[in-house]
Design a protein around this ligand. Structure first.
Ligand code: NAP
Length: 251
């Protein structure tokens, strides 16, 4: 497939590299100047593109940006992008990083808000695994204990296409329902960055409590920031699981 990625940090950069390794044709854009973007693209094994070209002649566009950066994208970015091009949102809202976005703070589902900002449907994917998990936790489809990723959205065909890309990246897929249900894998939920297998992830999605999620999200940041040194990746996953008594990996 032909994939355009905007935002090539920990998540977008890893997706770019993995998609290119899986044989897809990938171009990237971020806020770097042309020289840095070219160097980054070379390092990832993909092509650099300006913001106008990154969305041209592709099957899938992946936005991997801090939530607060979404409204800064040009209003006409998708004006000439055909409707059948799938847009994926990997974002997670963190008030300490993304400032106050009142609608999200008042309960609007994060990717619903993103979709409204863009004026296009989005598929939410690649948001419920840590960058470190995405970098090194992938396995072949027939491997044991394969980690699963949640994919939400309102178009089943589009979700199937994105499930294929998630599989190429090394993860099982759990269809987490419509975009309005995607709060079930936002920060502060049992499905969020807890490295679950497919059946466990299904249970974790069911166990999520909407009102509890922002409280748990903020509690987690306070507790992680108060630690004398930043915990290792396995310790972060353990910490995230332990936030939920009923987490399938902790009960
Ligand atoms: N890190 C994780 O473990 C993780 C896991 C799942 C989901 N997520 C979510 O996925 C999103 C990306 O996370 P990340 O960790 O990859 O963030 P990151 O490392 O900070 O990277 C963000 C990327 O967005 C680019 N960017 C920012 N504003 C832009 C703009 N207006 N136009 C084009 N590019 C822009 C940055 O470019 P420059 O570097 O050039 O500024 C950078 O490449 C966030 O919403 C995050 O919450 C993160």
């Amino acid at each position: 497939m032909k994939i355009g990625i905007i935002g090539t940090g920990a998540i977008g950069g890893t997706i770019a590299k993995k998609m290119a390794e899986a044989g897809h044709t990938v171009k990237i854009n971020n806020s770097d100047d042309a020289e840095k973007l070219n160097a980054h693209a070379k390092e990832l094994g993909v092509s650099p593109a300006n913001q106008k070209d990154v969305v041209k002649d592709v099957d899938v566009i992946i936005l991997s940006l801090p939530t607060i950066a979404i409204p800064t994208l040009p209003k006409n970015l998708f004006a000439e992008v055909p409707e059948n091009v799938i847009v994926v949102d990997t974002s997670n809202y963190y008030p300490f990083r993304d400032a106050d976005i009142e609608e999200i703070k008042n309960g609007k589902v994060e990717s619903v808000w993103v979709s409204e900002q863009l004026g296009r449907p989005v598929i939410k994917a690649f948001n419920n695994l840590l960058a470190e998990t995405l970098i090194s936790g992938g396995k072949n489809p027939d491997a044991e204990n394969r980690i699963a990723m949640a994919v939400a959205g309102d178009n089943d065909d589009a979700k199937k296409v994105i499930a294929g890309l998630v599989n190429d990246a090394g993860y099982d897929v759990v269809d987490s329902g419509s975009l309005s249900e995607s709060w079930r894998h936002q920060p502060g939920t049992p499905a969020y960055c807890t490295e679950l297998e497919a059946e466990e992830l299904k249970q974790a999605l069911k166990d999520a409590v909407k009102e509890e999620a922002p409280v748990k999200r903020d509690q987690a940041i306070v507790e992680l920031s108060a630690m004398s040194s930043y915990p290792s990746h396995p310790d972060v996953v353990k910490f995230n699981r332990a936030l939920f008594e009923k987490n399938p990996k902790t009960k």
